[in-house]
Design a protein around this ligand. Structure first.
Ligand SMILES: NC(=O)c1ccc[n+]([C@@H]2O[C@H](COP(=O)([O-])OP(=O)(O)OC[C@H]3O[C@@H](n4cnc5c(N)ncnc54)[C@H](O)[C@@H]3O)[C@@H](O)[C@H]2O)c1
Ligand SMILES: [Zn+2]
Length: 354
């Protein structure tokens, strides 16, 4: 039996996130008629004899997962496999894995018969606390990351923290960065709660993971319900991502995404202070108590010109300047589109040195 549920209102169709405290829900998924399962290979190998034991192996498609397979060829291979199992519009596609499995299978679900039933079971921290809601599906095309995609929501999402016990440390850290971001965006009280929960989070205590995941999805829900198609307020969720994406690209993706977002928040806060909208005391508080404790990688050696060049190419820039989401005093958020390269460079020097 699930512990709790969050319902998400969507222009596409409303959907529910269930918080599970045992693997009983897997049996219920296995009992669904006309179901085909697509499972991340690592998750399958690690959980097939325990948490996923109830799945009917003859209807399970196991896929290797890495960024290079998040493309249209994999989608086509899945169309073939799925149609061999169940060539019906009323089939149920059930996918189990992290953000990559979500993006690929979400695209498949949205396009097959112009949309089939889809249930998603996220197994990484990033997918549980962030990507599973919001209804975005994305594929990479050539060198362009997430260039192709659709808006499509699963019918149900099942969050089971036990999956996270087998996650590599690096993937766990990626999720922690997004959790810090969402709690900061929610204000002082949620930020204090996050700070107090950090020791339990580091130990991956299921109760702490469940509570913080719940917070994250509630916070993200408030942004996506208001602006599902990302034309206004939802942009604020890009806090830490303007610099973060550029750091990822300048280091050839050596820094895990969520960790690049942590560095991105540090850099963005420097710009906020320089613009006089975040006091140095508040910046120091957030740095010491939230950002440094969740920064688990050694800051990379960065070529500032490469970061700036990546920032110039950010598709979110609409004006002459660079786009940035800023944290201000009282945990208010603001998007600016006129950050100068000199401001960005000065933040880079503050954090990484010359
Ligand atoms: N659609 C969206 O809204 C959205 C949002 C953010 C990110 N994304 C996308 O998500 C992708 C990143 O997803 P991710 O960080 O969840 O990682 P991932 O799907 O790349 O998985 C990371 C690694 O963890 C393994 N793994 C997954 N679950 C595991 C488990 N329980 N135990 C052990 N290993 C496990 C995978 O096999 C993989 O090797 C990127 O492609 C990104 O673009 C999508
Ligand atoms: Zn992110």
């Amino acid at each position: 039996m699930y512990l709790d549920k969050i319902s998400i209102k969507s222009n596409l169709k409303d959907y529910d996130v269930y918080f599970e405290n045992d693997s009983g829900f897997v049996q219920k998924l296995a009992d669904i008629e006309n179901a085909v399962f697509v499972v991340d290979e690592n998750v399958w190998n690690l959980h097939k004899d325990k948490n996923l034991r109830a799945l009917p192996v003859e209807r399970v498609i196991v896929r290797p997962v890495y960024e290079e397979v998040k493309n249209i060829d994999t989608v086509c291979a899945l169309y073939e496999k799925i149609m061999a199992y169940s060539p019906r519009k009323n089939m149920n596609l059930i996918s189990i894995g992290g953000g990559i499995i979500q993006d690929i299978t979400g695209f498949v679900a949205s396009s097959l018969y112009r949309g089939i039933n889809w249930i998603f079971v996220p197994t990484t921290l990033l997918a549980q606390v962030d990507s599973c809601i919001g209804a975005k599906t994305s594929l990479n095309f050539k060198q362009f990351k997430n260039l192709v995609g659709t808006f499509y929501a699963p019918k149900e999402i099942h969050i089971f923290p036990e999956f996270l016990q087998t996650l590599h440390q690096e993937d766990f850290y990626s999720g922690i960065g997004e959790m810090a971001k969402l709690h900061l965006m929610a204000g002082a009280e949620k930020t204090r709660e996050f700070i107090a929960a950090l020791p339990g989070l580091d130990k991956r205590e299921n109760a702490v993971l469940s509570r913080l995941t719940h917070n994250c999805l509630h916070i993200k829900k408030s942004y996506i319900e208001e602006d599902e198609f990302d034309t206004g307020r939802r942009n604020l969720l890009n806090y830490g991502h303007c610099f973060g994406h550029a750091v990822e690209s300048a280091t050839n993706f050596a820094v895990p995404h969520g960790q690049a977002v942590v560095l991105g928040m540090m850099l963005a806060n420097k710009v906020s202070v320089a613009r006089g909208v975040l006091s140095p005391e508040n910046e120091a508080f957030v740095l010491q108590n939230v950002l440094l404790p969740v920064l688990k990688v050694r800051p990379p050696v960065l070529n500032h010109d490469a970061v700036l060049s990546a920032m110039r190419q950010d598709k979110k820039n609409v004006g002459k300047g660079l786009a940035l989401i800023m944290l201000k005093d009282n945990y208010q958020m603001e998007k600016i589109v006129d950050m100068t390269e000199a401001e960005a460079r000065s933040a880079l020097i503050d954090i990484f040195g010359k």
